[in-house]
Design a protein around this ligand. Structure first.
Ligand SMILES: Cc1cc2nc3c(=O)[nH]c(=O)nc-3n(C[C@H](O)[C@H](O)[C@H](O)COP(=O)(O)OP(=O)(O)OC[C@H]3O[C@@H](n4cnc5c(N)ncnc54)[C@H](O)[C@@H]3O)c2cc1C
Length: 313
């Protein structure tokens, strides 16, 4: 049997999350094919070492594919695959359960580790429970938490391109427009450093100041839900159970208490630095380095360090 990864685009190239999902499927030892939703991605996918075939839909309008059409396409080509995978992002989360329903297969969301041919690990209850899931399904559809896996190299391979027959398009919904996020800094899930602010920032101006610091450090700006709800940061910056899940090399939390819903989105970071004036704040239970004090003093010191030539990513 084979594995199939649904590729996604980011800035006209293959999304880094897709490279990580391919890495996860290769870990299982399955021959890997890649399905590209947009033919423009095929030349990138063909160069990935370990990918054998790149499946390209005949329909040119596929760039704006909706989940229902993608599910029908996956159902049409499922034959040789025991695993059909995508990243745990909007498209995969919408299309793969539909594909599983059409195929009569299992759907496993938010996989954080692969244990064997049919065994996966996923988080439940905001990461408080780790579930070991076995599937007996002939074909399993699964979304992978990209930050839990290493990306494969994006050059050196030589996959074969295969043209697919068009499928009937779902016409009751259509993608009208894509808008790039206006969030300062880098894309959160791919950033090696994340600088996050919480309600302790106390204003949008202070969050903007933290965003500028993040930019200078080569980091992405994150935020707690309380900070987003207060209008300090945009929705796209939210880290946590109902936001983005990140696992950067370094996560800096300023004025974030460390509610379980926030920890669910960042506790797998390799090093966590927390600044909070409350010595009993729960964030310190997961922090590798904890500073009890006023965040604005630390932000000021970091700004000085960065402007006098401190290292960036
Ligand atoms: C279903 C559900 C889903 C949720 N999903 C998410 C989610 O995805 N992400 C998320 O973040 N939350 C989520 N929440 C909300 C979560 O429960 C918390 O309310 C939220 O994370 C709190 O944000 P905060 O830490 O910024 O604010 P607070 O809890 O108010 O903490 C602010 C912290 O700032 C510190 N502080 C204040 N001033 C300073 C200063 N000058 N210097 C240093 N420290 C200072 C305080 O000591 C305090 O610890 C969810 C809640 C529910 C019910």
């Amino acid at each position: 049997m084979r594995g199939l990864v649904v590729a996604e685009t980011e800035g006209g190239r293959l999304a880094n999350a897709t490279l990580r999902v391919i890495g996860a499927v290769i870990l299982r030892g399955l021959p890997v094919d890649v399905y590209v939703t947009d033919a423009m991605l095929a030349p990138f996918a063909e160069k990935i070492p370990g990918v054998e075939r790149v499946l390209v839909p005949a329909d040119e309008a596929n760039e704006h594919i909706v989940p229902e059409t993608l599910a029908a396409q996956l159902h049409a080509i499922q034959g040789p695959y025991s695993l059909i995978a995508a990243s745990h992002r909007t498209l995969g989360r919408s299309a793969l359960p539909r594909g599983a329903a059409l195929a009569g297969g299992a759907f496993i969301p938010d996989v954080i580790a692969v244990e064997g041919e049919s065994a996966f690990v996923r988080g439940l209850y905001a990461g408080s429970v780790v579930a070991h899931v076995n599937t007996a399904s002939a074909v399993t559809f699964a979304t992978f938490r990209a930050s839990s896996f290493s990306p494969v190299a994006d050059s050196g391979g030589n996959a074969t391109r295969v043209a697919l027959e068009p499928v009937a398009r779902f016409t009751r919904t259509k993608l009208v427009e894509r808008q790039a996020s206006t969030q300062t800094g880098r894309d959160l899930p791919d950033a090696r450093i994340v600088v996050s602010g919480g309600r302790g920032l106390a204003s949008k101006d202070n969050m903007d100041r933290l965003g500028e610091l993040a930019e200078k450090m080569g980091a992405a700006l994150g935020a707690s839900r309380a900070a987003v709800d207060a209008g300090y940061a945009s929705n796209s910056a939210q880290v946590g159970q109902t936001g983005k899940i990140v696992a950067p090399d370094v996560y800096l939390a300023f004025g974030i208490s460390g509610a379980i819903q926030h920890l669910a989105g960042m506790k797998d970071s390799k090093a966590i630095v927390a600044v909070n004036k409350d010595p009993d704040a729960p964030i310190f239970s997961v922090a590798d380095i904890g500073l009890v004090g006023d965040l604005f003093e630390v932000v000021g010191a970091l700004e000085t360090h960065v402007s006098t030539g401190g290292a960036s990513q």
